[in-house]
Design a binder for this molecule. Structure first.
Ligand code: UFG
Length: 334
């Protein structure tokens, strides 16, 4: 099977490409390097010892997308490409709506034109908003609190409408919880250039002394230790979930929705402590104000993915912390 991976050089995309190649899928990547590094292409080849086609193009460029589909007989698409920073989306909503929606609409149009009927979409637990209860199941009500999240929700809706109209179409919506960690080789991982917004990349920068301390956004939430609780999932487990989704949708049509999480909630302080302990590093922190828009707790009920896809997360928090640190040390030559 030949899979087009949009955003295939990004954090989750690159790990998914590695697992696809390991399982002998043919892969075509399209990425514009807006938020990824060019050397990822070679790193993926180094890890897998396999080759694949690569296009440096923007998914909003309809002619470029048409060229990719005309040069390759694509059986299915995994669609990661999109802007993903929550804070930036609040400041630049037009940019987010335009890019994330246009790219998906163009992709869907070109897929139809070339008879490609299978798509796995990279959605997010952010579509559950502030859940009324925990753990979160796939049939919980949907709402969002920022434009980034709204693009995910809109795209889910668009794909549902397309599948309703086109009975040949098969769609899997994967709602990720909080992906962290890195490939065990240390060759690919998450490496933001600027000051990170997310907790794990921030902890990594503090551990290598590029930043002085982690700011813990509030310790007065109604959680086990007062700090925010999330469902951190190893990016390789998440990548493997995409393979299961492709295998599932291969012979099916309609829309399937799955949470990809571990089902375990971890607090900010627990993550910091685990990281420091398993890597034998200092991770100083201070308690600061709550971050606007944050919710107290968010973790998955992942039983649907287990029952229907035969997928479940196998790596624990220690693995996530070790692999993340291994990656950052390699990048920084430490
Ligand atoms: N946090 C800190 N200090 C930091 C960064 C984060 O204390 O410097 C806390 C947050 O308050 C939260 C937890 O760490 O309690 C996790 O925050 P992240 O920013 O790492 O992750 P979020 O859960 O806020 O958001 C992530 C992704 C979104 C996605 C969402 C899905 O960034 O893209 O999960 O639930 F939509």
């Amino acid at each position: 099977m030949k899979i087009l991976v949009t955003g295939g050089c990004g954090f989750i995309g690159s790990h998914t490409v590695v697992e696809l190649l390991n399982q002998n899928f043919e892969v075509v990547i399209v990425d514009n390097f807006y938020n990824s590094q060019k050397d990822v292409v070679d790193k993926i080849k180094e890890i897998t010892k396999k080759d694949f086609k690569f296009y440096e193009d923007d998914c909003c460029d309809e002619a470029a997308m048409r060229k990719i589909f005309s040069e390759n007989k694509i059986d299915a698409v995994i669609h990661f490409a999109g802007y993903k920073a929550v804070g930036e989306s609040v400041a630049k909503p037009l940019m987010y709506y335009q890019n994330n929606l246009d790219s998906t609409l163009i992709l869907a149009k070109v897929m139809k034109e070339f008879g490609c009927h299978k798509i796995v979409f990279s959605s997010s637990a952010t579509v559950y908003g502030d859940p009324a209860s925990l753990p979160i199941k796939e049939d919980f009500p949907l709402s969002t609190t920022n434009p980034y999240g709204t693009t995910k929700l809109f795209i889910e809706r668009i794909l549902k409408d397309l599948a309703y109209a086109d009975k040949d179409l098969g769609v899997v919506l994967l709602r990720y919880f909080n992906p962290i960690g890195a490939h065990e080789s240390g060759l690919i991982g998450e490496n933001p250039n600027d000051i990170p917004n997310n907790l794990m990349p921030y902890i990594m920068k503090v551990a290598i002394k590029e930043l002085p301390q982690v700011n813990v956004f509030g310790n007065d939430y109604d959680t086990k230790d007062g700090t925010g609780v999330r469902d951190y999932i190893h990016v390789v487990d998440l990548a493997l979930g995409h393979i299961k989704a492709i295998e599932k949708i291969k012979d099916e049509t309609g829309v399937l929705v799955y949470n990809l999480g571990t089902g375990k909630g971890t607090s900010v302080l627990e993550l910091i402590e685990t990281f420091a302990e398993v890597n034998h590093v200092d991770v100083p922190y201070q308690i600061t104000e709550r971050r606007p828009g944050d919710i107290a707790a968010c973790y998955a009920d992942a039983t649907k993915a287990k029952e229907e896809l035969g997928w479940e997360a196998t790596k624990n928090l220690e693995d996530m912390c070790k692999d993340a640190y291994h990656f950052v040390k390699r990048v920084k030559n430490l």
